[in-house]
Ligand binder design. Sequence first.
Ligand code: AHR
Length: 649
Amino acid sequence: MNTKLIKTAALFLSLTPASLVAQNSPTEIIIDQPKKEISIQPNMYGIFFEDINFAADGGLYAEMVKNRSFEFVNSPLMGWTTYGQVTAVDNGSCFERNPHFVRLTNTGLRSGVGLLNEGFRGIGVEKGKTYRLSVYARSTNSTPTILKATIISSTGFNIANQEIKVENTNWTKYEVVITANETDFKAKLRIDLATAGTCDLEHISLFPTDTWMGHENGLRKDLAQALADLKPGVFRFPGGCIIEGNTLETRYQWKNSVGPVENRPINENRWNYTFQHRFAPDYFQTYGLGFFEFFQLCEEIGADPLPVISCGFACQFESKVKQPIDQLDCYIQDALDLIEFANGPATSTWGKVRTEMGHPKPFNLKMLSIGNEQWGEEFPLYLEKFIQAIRPKYPEIKLVGTAGPYPDGKDFDYLWKEMTRLKADLVDEHYYRSPEWFLSNANRYDNYDRKGPKVFAGEYACHDGDSKKNSFYSALCEAAFLTGIERNADIVHLATYAPLFAHVDAWQWKPDMIWYDNLRSVRSANWYVQQLYSLYKGTNVLSATANGKIISGENGLFASAVSDKNTQQVIVKIANTSNQKRTVSIDLKKMGALKGKNIKHIEYTGENGAENTLDNPTLVVPTTKSSPLNPTKIELELPAFSFHVLITE
Ligand code: AHR
């Protein structure tokens, strides 16, 4: 056992019995200015997006048709049921990077010619809402053909339909808006060739007209709103292992994700075959939610974009394949070009692409992450090549390296040393760990080396038992752990929970912050902890001590405090992770004159196993009360298993 593990185990043993022992007298928490001023990064708490669990296609990206371009590798008709004379043709489409299309022939002798799309585990439509159906089509001779588009309910009824007259023999985009007259979570889209003749179809797409910010190639409004409501400071995208790919060919290549959406080539999703128990052979990436949409969303929700790019390693959990180090140029060029796409003038090659997509102004990219969870002796040599190319050209861009997939161990120690040698600005640490780990690691950063790179807690989540539920207890342990992150905001500069999204019928990985089906979404217990930290992050760290010591586990209590120089507020966070109620008194005397006369108290508690679900989305949510402020002593009784945020106002 290494020394770190022994320390962790010892701390855990010292925490557990204490949490079972009744507390005799209130814990007196003194809030004071710290010895050294520590400011908190304004973008400290954020989100991490990866297309896992149908997070993009079938999730945030509002497209409702699966395999809209007939490009699923080796299965151009996957997701479609055809009837009558329908064939997939593999070249001659109007989109060179998506060459397949379908040819429908109606001889006039039989009426049923067409195809039916199953959507992403169904198509969700709501009564009275409108949907934009578009299709590229051509008739093969000058007699126009008629297409009939129908949304069919899960019980087999026609709940919306429209006709499209295909008059041209050249590929032409046709668009109609249809209104659903019923609500259905698992409807299907049917396209019939209703008249005799031959008609070719390509890129059949269906979107709600009511998307986030009304964008046509848009995002699901409820899901984007759940991100906006977190007020995220930073937005890491697009992964995760997905940036590495199962092979180098299937890595995320950002250049494929920009330009006209119809011509973005499809990619196999990294998460399609990974878990035998969650097999998803129909999981592909359309890149419809690509880098332009990502930057745009960041701008709209006020988050700093943090792209992650491949460093030339395929996902090391799946493969040993790497790009030879002397042939890294195109990977490095991709990194440089991405910066130009985000920030370059409209006259630059990639700035022009951005401008043509509708955003002449730069997106103000400030950070770039190179590699995801890489490990081994070679990774630093690869990273070095990127740093040598990017630094001289873009010295203002912060570069993020990695400490690998685990929060400790030989690889972790080696990588940290190497990241320091390479002068990475931040090091991305990942921890998917048990409740015990989260509690015993709340003091993880108290003695971290302050001389090297800063920490980016880029992926973390408390995994509560085998069920890996988004239980209230997992959220509470994260809240307790985050007191340590907050206290150490001088070294921890960014933190993002992971993963972000999951479709209830198509997930691969649990827990996840936001769950949804085709119409509804639910914010997990963990979402609320993220929101509380983000909304009440403050601007400066204060000291919060009991008996002169930081509060990190004794009697099951964890606490931290911050001030907000903009609002003149003091904010105290306390988690009671014990199974006993605890009393605390908070002394704000040393804080001088406080703005306001009240204290807002947000209390967050629930059954340990409680989980917000689509049917019961608000089972565990914080509650707020306000009471007059007595700065000398705020007495509080903290129920067993509860989290509290106190804000002077
Ligand atoms: O978040 C899910 C996966 O966990 C990420 O893709 C990867 O970085 C980590 O192993």
